[in-house]
Design a protein around this ligand. Structure first.
Ligand code: HEC
Ligand code: HEC
Length: 146
């Protein structure tokens, strides 16, 4: 019993030591600041704005947002995205790229005349982009535009 405890503690020490080493070799994007120190927030990046629609990277990808979206509120009372991406009453078509039919189907497969509640928070799936080089070089090729 005692012996196994000694072996156990020895093993534990080794594991802790190895883990410590592994952590010490990793540099996070946050820099080399000690964990308890609060870093000031990074500067807000400029989102790309009014660019052409961005080619999709993979099939079924929610298209990326090619414009700023900070000003477009999504609250219980209003959803600014819908003003441009959904046909408004009395209009023949939406101001911009119209949301697909998939956005008007609820989880039971029933067609609705308003966007389904599980699509209400657009930026849960559609995200804006900043014009930045990739953090790590790679030769990934996206699928052709839809
Ligand atoms: C003032 C009108 C307007 C509003 C509001 C708006 N958009 Fe857009 N959106 C556009 C236009 C115009 C385009 C086409 C590209 C361009 O010219 O920027 C576009 C393109 C897109 C696309 C790309 C579609 C594709 O097929 O590639 C997505 C996704 C999108 N918007 C999502 C959103 C989301 C999410 C919001 C709310 C946070 C939003 N938009 C609010 C006008 C708008
Ligand atoms: C659960 C994820 C999800 C949410 C939430 C969501 N979308 Fe989408 N959206 C997608 C996917 C996936 C596609 C591509 C396939 C399709 O059209 O269904 C898409 C496509 C689009 C397109 C391009 C349609 C086309 O034919 O090019 C627009 C515009 C769009 N969405 C706007 C919106 C807006 C506005 C909202 C919020 C009201 C929203 N989406 C919410 C996943 C989502």
């Amino acid at each position: 019993m005692k012996r196994s405890m000694i072996y156990g503690s020895f093993l534990l020490l080794c594991v802790v030591g190895l883990a410590g080493q592994a952590v010490a070799d990793v540099n996070s994007l946050r820099g080399v600041t000690e964990i308890p120190v609060t870093e000031s927030a990074p500067e807000l990046q400029r989102f790309i704005n009014d660019k052409e629609n961005i080619n999709r990277t993979f099939k079924e990808q929610p298209p990326l947002v090619p414009h700023e979206n900070e000003k477009y509120d999504i609250t219980l009372k209003e959803n600014k995205c819908l003003e441009c991406h959904m046909k408004q009453p009395g209009k023949d078509e939406a101001k911009s790229v119209e949301m697909g039919e998939s956005h008007f189907v609820n989880r039971d497969g029933k067609k609705l005349d308003r966007p389904s509640s599980n699509r209400y928070f657009c930026n849960q799936c559609h995200v804006p982009q900043i014009d930045a080089p990739p953090l790590v070089g790679n030769n990934f090729k996206s699928v052709a535009a839809k």
